[in-house]
Design a binder for this molecule. Structure first.
Ligand SMILES: *[C@@H]1O[C@H](CO)[C@@H](O)[C@H](O)[C@H]1NC(C)=O
Ligand SMILES: *[C@@H]1O[C@H](CO)[C@@H](O)[C@H](O)[C@H]1NC(C)=O
Ligand SMILES: *[C@@H]1O[C@H](CO)[C@@H](O)[C@H](O)[C@H]1NC(C)=O
Length: 323
């Protein structure tokens, strides 16, 4: 082959690779401190942490695989893992941000490392749901006392009250009109929070330049809380509601809307996020290495039958006896 042809072929393949997308994305999902309730159900095992399987399923349904990210590790662990995966989902839940070596510390490593990666020209997305969304904005505020969020209360299924220019946002600019129509008019987003972030939280910590609010909801007492947000500089996104619950959580008294329209509209969020992660080309060294990290190494427990609000959970790092 003529050298020039070889050169242009190499150039062609290089272009194809950089212009294309990663259709085998692997997403890290962050664990959190074991819940008090789950601990009462597994006292002997004394698990250190858990992930509600609904988050994993919601990511998988969008065409990605999941690697669990443990809490309580040093920064090198998070940096190493993030060099191999294509984005991180920080789930909701119920834990405090003031405990050391927990969810908030892990989230802080991930947030800071992701900014470094993106600043260096890499593309590394983060999505925070509910508590994970609050954590992103508290990290942006500087984690401190008092925490930059307020108490408010919503366990309602709500429509999204979109901002005037939400259609210009990264999160919603490519959304189909029928999905937007459902989100804007039907009670389909599942809320389960006792804290929230309001406009004043962004204003008081100078976050309005970096963070764009795209929708709001109203709590039980008429407080208008931020329902969805994105960072203008980084591919960081957050929602106060729970898109993973509609299709994958079934506790009877919770009444999560699981009709066809609610499922369709809530699918949008992980479909969007996983598509963001397809822009990342981080990879494990080999399929063998991938296999050592993937969540398929763990078995989900049927915790719904034990009364948990989570239908299935992954439970990690037993400190006691596992039967
Ligand atoms: C963390 O915050 C909670 C709620 O404000 C409080 O009850 C708890 O004592 C705090 N823990 C630490 C270690 O400061
Ligand atoms: C949504 O819920 C509110 C409050 O319960 C209710 O007034 C409204 O009719 C509901 N909207 C739809 C479209 O069901
Ligand atoms: C916000 O920005 C203003 C003006 O630059 C500055 O005076 C203030 O200290 C900043 N506040 C915070 C919480 O960073």
């Amino acid at each position: 082959m003529k050298p020039l042809l070889l050169l242009s072929l190499l150039y062609f393949f290089h272009e194809v690779k950089t212009d294309s997308v990663n259709n085998r994305p692997i997403i890290g999902v962050l664990a959190q401190e074991q819940s008090w309730y789950l601990h009462t159900k597994y006292p002997e095992e004394n698990y250190r942490s858990y992930i509600a399987a609904s988050y994993v399923k919601d990511v998988e349904a969008a065409g990605a695989r999941v690697v669990p990210i443990m809490i309580g590790r040093d920064r090198a662990y998070y940096a190493d893992l993030m060099s191999k995966i294509n984005g991180v989902l920080i789930p909701g839940g119920a834990t405090y941000f003031n405990q050391s070596n927990g969810y908030a510390d892990a989230g802080q490593h991930i947030y800071e490392l992701a900014m470094e990666l993106n600043d260096a020209g890499d593309y590394f997305p983060i999505f925070g749901t509910c508590l994970g969304f609050e954590l992103l904005l508290i990290l942006a505020s500087g984690r401190g006392e008092p925490e930059n969020r307020i108490t408010c209360y919503s366990y309602d299924n709500l429509p999204l009250d979109f901002t005037a220019d939400f259609r210009d946002s990264k999160m919603f600019r490519d959304a189909d009109e029928d999905v937007i129509e459902i989100l804007a008019t039907q009670n389909v987003t599942v809320n389960a929070h006792q804290f929230c972030i309001i406009d004043e939280n962004l204003i008081s910590h100078n976050l309005t330049e970096d963070w764009r609010v795209t929708s709001y909801g109203d709590d039980y007492y008429g407080v208008q809380f931020i329902a969805s947000v994105e960072n203008n500089r980084y591919p960081f996104y957050g929602v106060q509601f729970h898109p993973e619950k509609n299709a994958f959580e079934w506790k009877l008294n919770k009444n999560h809307p699981s009709d066809k329209l609610a499922i369709k509209a809530n699918r949008y969020f992980m479909d969007f996020f996983v598509d963001e992660c397809r822009k990342s080309f981080h990879a494990f060294a080999s399929a063998d290495e991938e296999n050592q990290y993937l969540i398929y190494n763990y078995q989900a427990h049927f915790t719904g039958v034990l009364g948990s609000a989570f239908h299935e959970c992954y439970l990690f790092e037993p400190r006691g006896t596992v039967a």
